[in-house]
Design a protein around this ligand. Structure first.
Ligand code: HEC
Length: 280
């Protein structure tokens, strides 16, 4: 009897494994598909054209100056730029006296104490100062912003996927919750103090719409200050702040390419003259 079954044991065990495997593949309950509003209704940044794109791209100083104006008049109420010194603004075409005048608009704390109030004494900023923080500390910043923290803007354009186009899309992207979303996700709510914005990863952002109307700032170069224009300008300025040496990098890249082309031609010429008339 055993002699009859013995040769069948190995194939039977094998068959059992194959069946178990097939069962596991086809019959196992599949994980329930997680279906999230933030996956389906989150939009990628709009395609916005900037002068600094591409290997020959350059910053447009007039645009950067307009962008700084938007930062100063709108965003700087909540967002700091700790890594930018006022004198850095000379790089985008502001003159020394202009930079001095800009710096004076900001107060900076000094180590001494105001003898009347006991608070730290302040003085007007100088071109060598960095743009002073908006809030004394994170707790104060959160307390003023519905418990959310307005991030420092010095490196923001490099810290977010989509860069400047993301920032421009975000600040002009506020809208009502689309009816299709409400229908598909009846539980979706915009909590009090938050605002619906499809460009923000979880769709609800604590920042109130910062750009509310065309003409919110008045540009001295006569450019119409539409919401889209202000958003593009301020995001270009933030890109410069995060990567001021972009043009140098582009220039170095081109110089290296030119060098490689010339070196290749020379090498080829040398090869031709060395082997000229020789048969292998
Ligand atoms: C009233 C205060 C306030 C003003 C003014 C303001 N912001 Fe904000 N901002 C916030 C707060 C608060 C957050 C954090 C939001 C959150 O985490 O939900 C934020 C976040 C952001 C973010 C980051 C979003 C992310 O991906 O984390 C960007 C970009 C931004 N703001 C751009 C701007 C620009 C550009 C301006 C000026 C045009 C501006 N903000 C003006 C309060 C403000």
């Amino acid at each position: 009897m055993l002699r009859f079954f013995a040769p069948l044991i190995a194939p039977l065990v094998g068959l059992l494994f194959v069946c178990a495997l097939l069962w596991a593949v086809f019959m196992a309950p599949s994980a329930p598909a997680v279906h999230l509003a933030s996956e389906e209704y989150h939009l990628p940044p709009r395609g916005i054209h900037y002068s600094f794109e591409g290997p020959l791209g350059k910053y447009d100083d007039r645009q950067l100056q307009r962008g700084f104006q938007v930062y100063k008049e709108v965003c700087s109420a909540c967002h700091s730029m700790r890594l930018v010194a006022f004198r850095d603004l000379e790089e985008i075409g502001f003159s020394k006296p202009e930079v001095k005048a800009i710096a004076k608009n900001w107060q900076v704390e000094t180590p001494s104490i105001n003898p009347d109030t006991g608070e730290p004494a302040t003085r007007k900023s100088l071109p060598s100062d960095f743009i002073p923080p908006v809030y004394a500390n994170e707790t104060a910043a959160r307390a003023a912003n519905n418990n959310a923290l307005p991030p420092d803007m010095s490196l923001l354009a490099k810290a977010r996927e989509g860069g400047p186009a993301y920032i421009a899309s975000l600040v002009t992207g506020y809208e009502d919750v689309p009816p299709a979303l409400k229908k598909e996700f009846p539980d979706f709510t915009v909590p009090p103090g938050l605002h619906f914005n499809p460009y923000f990863a979880n769709l609800n952002i604590a920042m109130p719409p910062p750009l509310v109307s065309d003409g919110q700032v008045t540009y001295s170069d006569g450019t119409p200050a539409t919401k889209a224009q202000m958003a593009t300008d301020v995001s270009a300025f933030l890109m410069w702040a995060a990567e001021p040496k972009l043009e140098n990098r582009h220039r170095t890249g081109l110089a290296v390419l030119a060098y490689l082309v010339i070196a290749t031609l020379l090498a080829f010429g040398a090869y031709r003259s060395v082997w000229h008339g020789k048969k292998h």
